[in-house]
Each structure stands twice: as structure tokens, then as C-alpha cells.
Ligand binder design. Structure first.
Ligand SMILES: CC(C)(COP(=O)(O)OP(=O)(O)OC[C@H]1O[C@@H](n2cnc3c(N)ncnc32)[C@H](O)[C@@H]1OP(=O)(O)O)[C@@H](O)C(=O)NCCC(=O)NCCS
Length: 199
């Protein structure tokens, strides 16, 4: 995959070790951001450095987890991260944005670009993502990206900032056929914010 992608307002740039401080300051220290994530808020820049080192290790493996910093085009400020776990035929998508930038459509913009990037890999037939069952904003990001709600995964993922018991998660996905149709403009992107309203 490319090391840099551009969207109208953002630059998505492969994470490098020098990003650790920006990652800590933009989002990783913030309990509001970590609430639905699988990690606890970072206590210091050292935690963010350890995270970036882990990404570096993954990068050396074939495929595996890859992450791009979400930067504002105008200022180059790092505001979040988008990650892909590339395991053809499927790719798992993840994202996180610092609290000051929520609600501006930034993650939806980044996600659409990364879905397109994933389907540039001929072996990829499915891009999927999961979010905690009550996390409406995250589900909305995925449906805005053209992904469809597929079902509830019960007791699926431990979210340590919510409970020690595994949480129910919603699964969303887009498959290559749907993506190709979407790109031809034949299929309207779903605007349903939640499975309760998706039928
Ligand atoms: C979830 C998150 C990624 C959303 O990023 P964002 O850039 O603010 O999202 P966008 O602005 O692109 O879109 C959010 C959509 O959700 C909607 N939304 C936000 N809060 C909502 C809520 N409580 N209920 C329903 N919809 C909601 C917004 O209205 C918007 O939809 P719209 O464009 O149709 O109005 C961001 O809040 C975040 O990083 N949170 C912390 C980390 C996290 O939870 N990551 C996802 C883990 S699965």
C-alpha cells in the first residue's frame, strides 16, 4: 500500500516513530477518546512510543497491521489515526480521532479513501469493521463509507474502559462487488445511522 494518501481536507501518512508525541497529545491521553477502544488512555509519551514501536514491528511483517496518521492538509497537524489489518481476502478497518476534531466528517473522509485503497489490492474482497453496540457515531462512519450492518457479535471484545466483561459489538462490511457498484454510482451509500433504523 502507499505511504501517503490525500483526501480533500486530509493527508494520511504512514505512522513513523517521530509521531509518538503528537499521538499522545492529539488523542491517546484522552479518556473520552479511549472509551470504546481496546487500550487504556496513555499515561505518558512513553506509552505512545511503545505503541509506535509495536506498529514498526508489524510493518516489518508481510501484510499485518498498518497505520496512517490523519493530518490536516492545511496545517499538517496530526489529529488521529486510521489502521488496516490486511489479511486477504479481508481487511479490518480501525480509526481514532482527537476530541477537538470530532463531528467534522474527518474520519468518514479518511475511511472512504482507505476503503478505496484496500480494494486496489486484487486479493482483497472484503473490508470490515466493528464497534461497540451503542457507539452510534462509529457505526455512522462505517455506513457513510458504504459499509453495511451485518449483525451483532455478542460478548465479542473486551473494552477495558467499559467493562472487564466482553462487550457486544456490531459488525459492518463492504465487499468488492458492492464497492464496484458504489464506484459506478449505481448504489446509494446507506444513510442509516444504526441497525435499528436500517430496515
Ligand atoms: C467515532 C469517531 C471516529 C467519529 O469521527 P468523526 O470524524 O467525528 O466522525 P464524522 O464526523 O466523520 O461522522 C460522525 C457521524 O456520526 C454521527 N454521530 C455522532 N454522534 C452520534 C450519536 N451519538 N448518535 C448518532 N450519530 C452520531 C454524526 O452526526 C456523523 O453523521 P452525519 O455526518 O450523518 O451527521 C470519533 O468520534 C472518535 O475517534 N472517537 C473515539 C475513538 C473511537 O471510538 N473510535 C472508533 C472505535 S470503533
Amino acid at each position: 500500500m502507499e505511504s501517503t494518501y490525500f483526501t480533500p481536507r486530509l493527508v494520511l501518512q504512514r505512522v513513523v516513530p517521530a509521531d509518538a508525541t503528537d499521538i499522545f497529545e492529539a488523542y491517546a491521553h484522552d479518556p473520552r477518546v479511549a472509551k470504546y477502544m481496546r487500550w487504556k488512555p496513555h499515561q505518558s509519551v512513553a506509552d505512545s512510543e511503545a505503541f509506535v514501536k509495536m506498529l514498526e514491528k508489524e510493518k516489518k511483517r508481510k501484510g499485518g497491521h498498518q497505520a496512517w496518521a490523519i493530518r490536516l492538509r492545511e496545517t499538517s497537524q496530526l489529529i488521529g489515526l486510521v489502521g488496516l489489518d490486511v489479511f486477504p481476502p479481508k481487511v479490518h478497518l480501525g480509526y481514532v480521532l482527537g476530541h477537538p476534531w470530532w463531528g467534522n466528517g474527518y474520519v468518514s473522509e479518511a475511511v472512504k479513501t482507505m476503503i478505496d485503497a484496500a480494494f486496489q489490492l486484487p486479493a482483497v474482497f472484503r473490508v470490515e469493521g466493528i464497534c461497540e453496540a451503542s457507539h452510534e457515531a462509529s457505526g455512522r462512519v462505517m455506513t457513510k463509507g458504504g459499509m453495511s450492518y451485518e449483525g451483532l457479535l455478542r460478548s465479542h471484545t473486551v473494552l477495558p474502559n467499559i467493562s472487564e466483561a466482553p462487550s457486544d459489538m456490531r459488525m459492518y462490511a463492504i465487499v468488492r462487488d458492492d464497492w464496484e457498484t458504489l464506484k459506478k454510482g449505481d448504489m446509494k451509500v446507506s444513510t442509516n445511522p444504526s441497525p435499528a433504523r436500517s430496515t
